[in-house]
Design a protein. Sequence first.
Length: 414
Amino acid sequence: MSPSPRRATPTLVALGVLLALVAALLVWQRPWASQDPSAAADDSDLDARLRSQLTSATAATDAAGWAAEFGPGGVGVGQASWEAREALGVDDATLTLLSVGAAPDRDDGTRSAVIRVSWTTTDDALLGPAEQVTATVAARVRSAAGTNEVDVLGFGPRDGGSASDPLPLWLAGEVVVSGSSDVPVVTVAAADGPGVPEAAALTAVGQAQVTALTGSSSRAAVIVPSRAQDAAALLGRAPDALGPVAGVTTSLPGVGSPVVVLNPGEFARMDPRGSQIVVTHELTHALTDVVGTTAPTWLVEGFADWVALHDDTAPLATSAGALLTQVAQSGPPDALPTDEDLAGPTSGAAYQGAWLSVVVLARDHGGDEAVLQVYRAVAGGAPVEQALAAVGTSVAELTAQWRDYLVYSASTVS
């Protein structure tokens, strides 16, 4: 007798139905597919789409037209850059795509694009007029979800760039202008960070100190980023390159006057006195037309601290403690601070030494007027020996007097 065929039990039938439902649900929901709509976008022509948007942005004549070309996800970036253009007097801005990454290189699906930016500034620009300027920057881009557009999500220094590739100020984020017309303070709100909330007040005091002592009527600007890495970007440096430097005086592309870029991370650690000294020191550089000259660094840095500390009442142990401790332990330096000293691991003591060399110059060779005479002559291109000879001294004599002063001061400071 042949065996009778087996019949499915009710339990097996129910299990089969359940498995079929699960399979149908999986096909419908596709959990293996990305839930990010932009991940499914066709990026095959992203290069062409981005190039077209940047060309259209260049042709835009108003904020709405400009911002729209930054894509739906980048409208805020576009709006902030247009408002910065207007605040800073940026004109004739041109954006040209040079290259774009072949694939996303971050978890958020963005890739890096390299863009050439050129612009001019108006005659009445806040930071002074400038001829046509060109810079190369990086931008974060990605296909906009559900559209045929590309989002331009922000700008930064290009990878592998150098100090010749700082991020243009008007592309750094929303800007807020305060301060005087001669020394405006430009706060850049690119990201959450401590910033320097007291920057405008510090700048006003610093400008008054420099003007009262030097008579300068030059223009400058103070730039206040939100974070240390933003300050580095504006200077064209690596994010961690500033280290303990609290402020840098330099020139920036498209800015007609010297600028002081503050490092918010360092200001957050300083007391009010220290903050004021830094700002006045940097404004001395900016307002006395010394940026880019061949004046010896010890005189440039010593003079800036001489201005910043001119009316300071703190004891010498506070203002020059690092150097005087060093002198008490191993004697005075053999020579005035070199560029290497001022950039090295004991730069704090070297800066104090530079300052005290100017203090000795004033004490022994004619007071404030002698210091100003020497400084102006050297900033104007005169050799330092010639400038010192005009007030009756020399580098060798000043160095000897300075060394004696350090030894005496170290012996009297506890």
